[in-house]
Design a protein around this ligand. Structure first.
Ligand SMILES: Nc1ncnc2c1ncn2[C@@H]1O[C@H](COP(=O)(O)OP(=O)(O)OP(=O)(O)O)[C@@H](O)[C@H]1O
Length: 909
């Protein structure tokens, strides 16, 4: 089966399109397979190498830095070729996938001898056994153990309200996770940023769409596919087929849109694995609005899982992650990426952490057991797609043993919390008999590959023991032959050796060669090879023994492989229970790790509820605090209260002024991160925290151009600010750092001014606003929920000392020149800057601002209703309805229904 992208993908390497005339049979076969796999590089197996030809060869040699050679001619021209050794192909695949290529792996499907037997011109049968794409990897060597590897499918349909809706389905085949949800087109960017898929599949119509296309093109690996993969009328059948069930009822109640995306995802997996179906959990439906919405810019700015430079080190995840298993690390990353909005669910996570904070002995015991437990879900996934090895079977056995140890530790708890109790139930699910069977079957030392044999324990299978004994006995015979031959020939140094070309052979040094080649010894020793220092012989007796050894060895290996398949089938049949146990390990790892972080770094349990509170005492920035600690510096804790009156005397919007380098940005980010950690179900770096559920987190911090999209620094800043002012609700938390600084002073001041008024009057959200425009502090006189705060510094002998303390009030100056002096600007420039500043200050910009605050009508910000455009006329509605149709994505029946609906609308106008 082949994937048929309907557009020339960037990785497309086209073989020549001319008719295949007078080409060698092998080239004919190559071109046929290549044509059936457009858009993919073809790894064409030839002996110990995968070879690439034509454009593929040129692309791969450039991408991998390997030599480009040529082999034969095609249509009179040389055929470019390059190759990678099969043994190291994973490494090359990894590099190609990382660069956005997709690869079709074509294997030899028969022994070359079998092809030769068919005739001289016969070509070895070959077939594509697997398409390697970024979202469908299962090999450990190609995966990052600590992150999920998601394939995500997006389907589009017209929602009941008339607006387009998107159905999303995402799968990690290396862990079997399968989730579906729906979202609006406007939510797509944030949802994708949260899931962070490694590959996205869509219809080519959606890829080229003006609404959705630009968001998709931000992602490196998007694979457009033909419409049939996203056909909603066959979605149910394809899902039933994949899960081998008769009806979809048991597969959770998905919407039609979700089912369409889910079916597309499983169809693609089916195709890339070429018929092997990795077992997947039934699709779990993620209800909309259950997670905190965080747009991509905020996610990037807050450096949740990666820093702005793309590193894991220095991110929030890196700072708090002390999990001991890869699955735990993946789960923690997922939780941070998708904080919850349900206070009950958050409390369940926090209860588990609290239990492990309270009992350090239990926590340590669990962590050391988990540390030794294998990555169960990935081992299981490899086994189920036929790429597992003996060590994966051992992983299953060891995981079940570890489950018993974990249960024994947890039995010490008087009353396990709900999350812990659920994990315990999951750990009891896998059959213990499976572990015992594997224990009986598997040897102590295991080879990596099953084809190496030797992994079944002696005594497990009598027939296997018999073959092995025969093989080993024959080897002993060979050893005794060596002594006998040495005696017969009178050559002490005679040796019997083995290699893959000659098999067993007798070897003597060159000086004894003639003796063995002359009568009478030449009747026994048949000359095979003369090397510089040695001469090699065989004997008929040696040939017979060799055949016996080979037969017994082959039979032993055959039996071992049969046993492997049997054990594999047992494991796959138990996969649901094993997956549940794998998740329980991860949950316990995360809970104990967060408990350890809480104890080590002094984090507290936050109160998360349905209020609009935001009261942090002694708050710290988790990443900066750790960095300072490494340098032996203390972090100065700060409070922040954005709760609505009457609980607090300040205000829901804090306007933070203060000198450069004082710690404004740190303060803003730490409060956003505390809210995020709390809702992800973690303790937080503070001495007390009460947080009313935040539905969306917005930030506008830092400045970077987006030249790739043709946006200047200021444009990026304004686009992000626009999103906030248009979308933030009363439940949102907004942090804005120095908006307006990227343009002329008065333009910037005016924009910042108007933005604060809008946040106060229209959005009514909780917000922190840092600025160098001290004029803005005048606004607090008019806006009752605006509160001025400042970061304290001390001046000492003309220098500025940063105290990093946030206090009520406003800064009178920025100390920019002092900071510039600290940074080493030439003294002449500093002196000149001081005199310019003195002149500017004499003009007193503050006066103007105060006048503005007095003059402007307070409610100059239009209310939401007033800002809304007039309702559309009937004919506009009709035109909108036509525009929203996507004929390429409709079945004939849907198209007909749409046509009737339009006629009905026309009658209403
Ligand atoms: N609460 C704190 N305790 C100790 N050190 C801090 C604290 N806050 C910030 N710092 C230190 O001060 C440095 C500057 O902080 P930050 O970038 O937040 O300042 P800023 O006021 O936003 O500066 P600018 O206005 O120049 O952007 C940080 O890198 C950190 O090392």
């Amino acid at each position: 089966m082949t994937i048929q992208p309907t557009f020339p993908a960037p990785t497309d390497a086209q073989a020549p399109a001319e008719p295949v005339a007078r080409v060698t049979p092998m080239m004919e076969q190559y071109l046929e397979i290549k044509a059936a796999n457009p858009g993919l590089l073809l790894f064409y197996r030839m002996g110990d190498f995968y070879e690439l030809f034509f454009d593929d060869a040129e692309i791969a040699s450039r991408a991998l830095g390997i030599m480009l050679t040529k082999r034969g001619k095609h249509q009179g021209a040389d055929i470019p070729m390059c190759g990678v050794p099969v043994e190291r192909s994973d490494d090359y695949l990894h590099r190609l996938i990382a660069q956005g290529f997709r690869v079709a792996v074509c294997e030899q499907m028969e022994d070359p001898a079998a092809a030769r037997a068919r005739g001289n011109k016969s070509v070895v049968r070959r077939d594509v056994v697997r398409l390697v794409t970024p979202g469908t990897l299962t090999e450990d060597t190609l995966l990052d153990a600590r992150t999920n590897n998601y394939l995500l499918a997006i389907a589009r349909m017209r929602g009941s309200s008339g607006a387009d809706r998107l159905g999303l389905a995402w799968i990690d085949i290396s862990t079997s996770e399968f989730i579906v949800t729906e979202c609006a087109v406007s939510e797509l960017a944030a949802t994708l940023a949260r899931i962070n898929p490694n590959e996205i599949i869509v219809t080519d119509a959606l890829y080229g769409d003006t609404d959705v296309g630009p968001t998709l093109r931000e992602w490196p690996a998007v694979t457009p596919l033909t419409r049939d993969v996203f056909d909603s009328s066959t979605a149910g059948r394809r899902l039933c087929d994949y899960f081998a069930v008769a009806t979809m009822d048991g597969l959770s109640a998905m919407s039609r849109l979700e089912a369409t995306a889910a079916a597309a995802a499983v169809t693609y997996i089916d195709r890339t694995q070429v018929g092997k179906r990795p077992p997947l959990s039934p699709p779990a439906r993620e209800a909309t609005g259950t997670t905190m919405a965080i747009d991509p810019a905020t996610r990037a700015n807050l450096e949740l899982t990666r820093t702005l430079g793309g590193e894991r080190r220095g991110s929030l995840l890196d700072a708090i992650d002390c999990t001991v298993t890869s699955a735990g690390s993946r789960l923690l990353a997922q939780r941070l990426a998708a904080p919850l909005t349900d206070a009950g669910a958050i409390a369940r996570r926090l209860d588990a952490i609290a239990a492990f904070v309270a009992d350090s002995g239990l926590r340590d015991d669990l962590r050391s057991t988990l540390n030794a437990a294998p990555d169960l879900s990935r081992a299981l996934a490899r086994l189920s797609v036929g790429r597992g090895g003996p060590r994966d079977l051992a992983s299953l056995r060891d995981a079940i043993l570890a489950a018993d140890q974990v249960l024994a530790h947890l039995a010490r708890m008087d009353e396990p919390t709900q999350e812990i109790a659920a994990s315990m139930a999951a750990l009891r699910r896998p059959s213990r008999e499976l572990a015992r069977e594997f224990e009986r079957a598997l040897a102590e030392q295991l080879p990596l590959l099953k084809r190496d044999g030797g992994f079944v324990r002696e005594g497990y299978e009598p027939a296997l023991d018999e073959s092995r004994n025969l093989r080993d006995a024959s080897r002993l015979v060979v050893a005794s032959m060596q002594a006998r031959y040495a005696d017969d020939a009178g050559v002490k140094g005679l040796k019997i050796r083995h290699n893959n070309v000659l098999g067993y052979f007798v070897e003597v040094t060159a000086q004894h060669g003639d003796k063995l080649m002359s009568p009478p010894l030449n009747a026994t020793f048949i000359h095979r090879q003369t090397l510089a220092g040695q001469v090699r012989f065989t004997t008929s007796e040696l040939g017979e023994i060799e055949a016996k050894i080979a037969n017994a060895g082959d039979r032993a290996l055959g039996l071992e492989l049969e046993i492997f398949e049997k054990l594999c089938a047992i494991a796959v049949a138990a996969s649901e229970d094993l997956r549940a146990a794998a998740l329980a390990f991860a949950v316990l790892d995360v809970a104990t790790a967060l408990a350890k972080r809480a104890v080590d770094d002094n984090y507290v349990r936050p109160d998360v509820d349905g209020s609009l509170s935001f009261a942090i005492e002694g708050g710290r920035h988790p990443v900066v605090e750790q960095a300072l600690k490494r340098d032996g510096q203390p972090f100065i804790a700060n409070a922040c209260d954005l709760s609505p009156a009457p609980q607090q005397p300040s205000g829901q919007i804090w306007l933070l002024t203060g000198p450069n380098m004082a710690g404004k940005s740190t303060f803003l980010r730490q409060n956003a991160l505390i809210a995020l950690l709390a809702q992800a179900g973690s303790f937080v770096p503070a001495s007390r925290a009460r947080i009313g559920i935040v539905d969306r987190l917005f930030s506008r911090v830092g400045a970077a151009d987006d030249l790739a999209r043709g946006r200047s620094t200021f444009m990026v800043e304004m686009v992000e600010t626009a999103v906030i002012l248009n979308q933030a609700s009363e439940r949102s938390l907004v942090i804005l750092d120095e908006i307006g600084r990227g343009t002329a002073t008065f333009d910037g001041l005016s924009i910042a001014w108007a933005a604060i008024e809008h946040l106060h009057e229209a959005n009514r959200c909780r917000a922190l606003f840092a600025t160098h425009y001290h004029e803005l502090t005048a606004l607090s006189a008019k806006l009752p929920r605006l509160f001025n705060a400042t970061v304290r510094v001390k001046e000492w002998q003309g220098n500025v000392v940063f105290l990093h303390e946030v206090l009520p009030g406003s800064a009178d100056r920025s100390y920019g020149i002092q900071v510039a002096k600290l940074a080493g600007l030439p003294p002449s420039v500093i002196a000149r800057a001081k005199s310019v500043l003195a002149k500017l200050e004499a003009q007193d910009r503050g006066q103007t601002a105060r006048a503005l605050a007095d003059d402007l009508p307070l409610f100059a910000v239009p209310s939401r209703a007033a800002a809304e455009p007039a309702p559309p006329s009937e004919s506009e509605k009709l035109m909108e309805a036509v525009r929203a149709l996507h004929p390429d994505e409709m079945s004939p029946r849907e198209a007909l229904e749409a046509l009737y609906a339009l006629k009905a609308k026309l009658r209403n106008t």
